[in-house]
Design a protein around this ligand. Structure first.
Ligand code: SF4
Length: 235
């Protein structure tokens, strides 16, 4: 299933009206290169004065077939993160030569509720009493439902849908604000079962959480440092 095209454009327009200053990402547990509307979407984001980022496995990009696509992506994107689990060094060099400083790489497992490891328990225990600011992104799923954070795949918090409420109404709803403010405090995770079993680390940097605060990508923090994860798994 895909988000209807007109819904996407409406969300961008509403974000601009809200004076949103962060980046727009066209991925959340999906592969954006599979969507033929991608370049149109990126152009619209740019036209509305916002910046765009993309996470992709880059499987659909190759030197022989995708020169034009890559050129257009390069023109539209401010940031691209590519997974390189396959260790294809020639392809990595090619992508680096095109995207240059825009590209970042992911070559390690990013821990989540769904990590295939029994070693999650020490990490959950470590994070349990810390605050969480991973709620600082506006995430609208393909189905129009607002999610609390990148981990909220199933919509555990019933935050409402863009099909019935405006982006502003969803973001500033009393329910959403209460959850965010609760999670900003030590021990707040214990109030919500899904958060109480979350292995993602907390942060003390919650400056954005001021009255009327709009998230910016500068405040994003998604996971504990890899070194810490590695040291816990290695025990
Ligand atoms: S504690 Fe985990 S599930 Fe809860 S908001 Fe933070 S990242 Fe999401």
């Amino acid at each position: 299933m895909k988000m209807p095209t007109k819904v996407f454009y409406s969300i961008i327009d509403q974000a601009v009206e809200m004076s949103y200053k962060g980046r727009v990402y066209l991925n959340w547990y999906n592969e954006p290169l599979l969507d033929p509307r991608l370049l149109n979407f990126l152009r619209y984001i740019k036209k509305r004065g916002l910046t765009a980022g993309l996470d992709t496995n880059a499987d659909l990009l190759n030197p022989a077939k995708s020169k034009e696509l890559v050129k257009q992506l390069n023109d539209s994107l401010n940031w691209i993160r590519i997974t390189r689990y396959d260790c294809d060094r020639a392809k990595t060099r090619w992508l680096q030569s095109i995207f240059k400083k825009k590209v970042r790489w992911t070559d390690h497992h990013i821990v989540s509720h769904f990590s295939p490891s029994k070693a999650l328990n020490p990490l959950i225990k470590w994070a349990r009493n810390s605050p969480c600011s991973n709620t600082n992104r506006i995430i609208i799923g393909y189905d129009g439902e607002m999610r609390l954070c990148c981990e909220d795949i199933a919509g555990n918090f019933n935050l409402g849908t863009i099909h019935k409420s405006s982006l502003k109404e969803l973001w500033y709803s009393a329910k959403h604000q209460k959850i965010v403010e609760t999670l900003a405090k030590n021990g707040g995770r214990l109030k919500y079962r899904y958060c109480s079993i979350c292995p993602l680390g907390g942060t003390k940097h919650l400056r954005w959480l001021k009255k009327g605060g709009i998230p910016t990508s500068k405040t994003v923090r998604t996971a504990p440092p890899v070194t810490r994860w590695t040291s816990i798994v290695g025990k």
